[in-house]
Write a protein that binds this ligand. Structure first.
Ligand code: ARG
Length: 607
């Protein structure tokens, strides 16, 4: 059946005892000590990385060459980089990780991990759960991730989908690390577009009354927001009289007029329902805190910028001139109106001072890089961001392209509707699953097919997005993302289901086994798989360092490849090593599931 197996203990936070950090991190600590002991006169951060070629070793330390350069000309300077390397190796503290070291090239130090160490680390993970493998250093940190952030009454388009998917994965990674994550939806819910929307709605109601209809607010007024926006925009562009009324409506709204606010609230609520439908399908949780939230703070922000001499009047607008930028950041227009940037400045202040953020991360398309550079620089000038304080990062991403290599649009040239896109992915998956069931002569349980199709379809859309380096533009192709082979979610979901099937078939309590069966790593393929499993925390460290979810997808894909190669050479069921190999299977499944979870993909347990 599709029911998940029992799984390892689900401890959400690592206890002191089980948190172990990454192997690379532990090796770095050992080399840090060795560097200080061998060459106390020069400070050097350990440079430790996984070896590209397993023939040389598992990890390498690359400090010797640079250190040799630094030591040149000092008393008793070493004669060659290799001498530096030898001295570093000689100073390595006693430990249980390193089985053997060797020197290569001018002075690379190669490290071979102790099999016993790797085996124990895996057993420990199965027994204590994966929580202990979360990257350390982020627990308890307040991380604010500003993502998704569509605009009210406008289309939520594929750009917002990218932001939603990338932002959600970053949140999940930090949540796994034990950070206090605040997921903020900086919805575009305030601005001049509301004037025309409110006026158009008022006109429509009048027309309805004139035609004998009801004189009250009705759901149909806001049932098609895109249409409302299009119609209002058309009149705004074409009718002078309407344009003037729309402008007055904006002023009334900003002045706090109750009727205008009520109309605005109705539009926002309708928009929110549409966004929520997408979020719930994607399994994304977000807290709405739109631009309007910061409205009361804008005046004060601008005053402060003026007082501190950060903003100055130029050509009738209040501007911030910044080094390295040819155009200033405008914070207030000549007519007194505030802008997108003003709101972002207020948001930074609020997030730093009230939310006590340690790190604020913004996920938008790369087109907004300049905006964020300028906003961050302005906040620094104003003293709202300080070096020792909160860190800010803009996570920019590229465009989604259609199969023709142009910006992704429907045939009619419209932006693609997200709901339709998700429907198509799901429907295609449902068809494939039904086909498979039919071929196998199995009965079709419609509810199960629906669940599996959602997991696969939405998972495929997410994975196809996340696997690219976020700054590259990528082509949206159903055929590619739903391919059963290659680097796709569908392939990986099946790979996981197959492994889960192997473990199921053994009919053993693997967690009882894990407690008393050592994992033997005598076969080179067993060892290779085991070492890759132990590198999971490193993939996450890299993902955080680069704010790049593709580090997780790369890792996951490699893992399934390593598993396949192990499974080809190493018989599991019915072999002498069955117990130990089952543990390798289960460890692989556990780590795969964690990757899926971080990517926001629901795992499948049967094919
Ligand atoms: N609503 C904006 C857009 O659709 C994105 C907002 C991003 N977040 C922010 N704090 N500026 O482009």
């Amino acid at each position: 059946s599709a029911a998940p197996p029992s799984g390892p203990p689900t401890v959400t936070m690592a206890s002191e005892k089980t948190a172990c950090g990454s192997v690379r991190g532990e090796l770095s600590d050992l080399f840090r000590t060795a560097l200080t002991l061998s060459f106390p006169s020069v400070a050097a951060d350990p440079v430790v990385a996984a070896c590209n070629n397993a023939k040389n070793g598992d990890y390498q330390c690359n400090n010797a060459m640079a250190l040799f350069g630094k030591l040149k000309g000092t008393p008793n300077a070493p004669k060659a980089p290799r001498d530096v390397a030898t001295a570093i190796v000689g100073a390595l503290p006693t430990n249980d990780l390193v089985a053997e070291t060797s020197l290569a090239g001018p002075g690379f130090i190669n490290v071979r991990l102790s099999r016993d160490f790797v085996s124990k680390r895996l057993s420990g993970m199965l027994v204590n759960g994966l929580a202990g493998w979360a990257p350390t250093g982020y627990a308890g940190k307040k991380v604010i991730i500003d993502f998704s952030s569509p605009n009210v009454a406008k289309e939520m388009h594929v750009g917002h989908l990218r932001s939603t998917i990338i932002g959600d994965t970053l949140c999940r990674i930090f949540e796994y690390c034990g950070s206090d994550v605040l997921r903020l939806n900086h919805v575009g819910d305030w601005g001049t577009q509301f004037g025309m929307l409110i006026e158009h709605m008022a006109d429509a109601r009048q027309a309805r009354v004139a035609a004998g209809g009801e004189d009250k607010d009705m759901d149909e007024d806001v049932s098609d927001l895109q249409e409302l926006y299009r119609a209002a925009k058309k009149r705004f562009d074409e009718e002078e009289e309407f344009k003037a009324r729309a402008r007055e409506a904006v002023t009334r709204l900003q002045g706090g007029d109750a009727g205008s606010l009520a109309a605005w609230e109705r539009i926002c609520a309708a928009s929110r329902r549409e966004f929520e439908a997408i979020y719930s399908r994607l399994g994304v949780k977000l807290q709405e805190r739109g631009e309007s939230f910061y409205n009361p703070m804008l005046k004060g922000v601008v005053e402060e910028l003026k007082e501190r001499g950060v903003a100055t009047m130029d050509q009738g607008a209040l501007c911030v001139f910044l080094d390295g930028h040819s155009v200033p950041l405008i914070v207030q227009k000549g007519d007194g109106g505030f802008l997108y940037a003003t709101t972002d400045l207020a948001a930074i202040k609020h997030r730093v001072n009230e939310e006590k953020a340690d790190w604020i991360i913004y996920v938008t398309d790369v087109g907004q890089s300049q905006h964020f550079d300028q906003v961050f620089a302005t906040a620094k000038k104003a003293g709202w961001l300080v070096d020792e304080g909160a860190k800010v990062s803009h996570v920019g991403f590229g465009l989604v392209l259609g199969e023709d290599g142009k910006r992704f649009r429907t045939r009619s040239g419209d932006l693609v509707r997200l709901a339709e896109l998700l429907d198509e992915a799901k429907n295609r998956c449902a068809a494939t699953i039904r086909e498979r069931r039919a071929e196998a002569g199995e009965e079709v349980d419609e509810a199960e097919v629906e669940d599996a199709a959602c997991a696969m379809g939405y998972g495929a859309v997410k994975y196809a997005d996340l696997k690219n380096h976020r700054t590259t533009n990528y082509k949206f192709s159903f055929d590619e993302m739903l391919n059963l082979k290659g680097n796709t979610a569908v392939y990986l979901l099946y790979a996981h289901a197959r492994i889960a099937g192997i473990v199921r078939k053994a009919e053993k309590d693997v967690y009882a086994l894990a407690a008393d069966t050592p994992i033997s790593l005598d076969h080179p393929k067993e060892l290779e798989l085991a070492i890759h499993l132990c590198k999971f925390p490193e993939a996450l460290e890299d993902a955080i360092e680069e704010l790049g979810p593709n580090r997780v997808t790369d890792y996951l894909y490699d893992l399934s490849e390593k598993f396949n190669s192990f499974y080809v050479d190493c018989k599991v069921l019915g072999s002498e090593q069955e117990a130990s190999r089952l543990l390798l299977c289960e460890a692989t499944a556990v780590v795969m599931r964690k990757c899926f979870e971080l990517l926001g993909i629901k795992p499948l347990y049967r094919i």
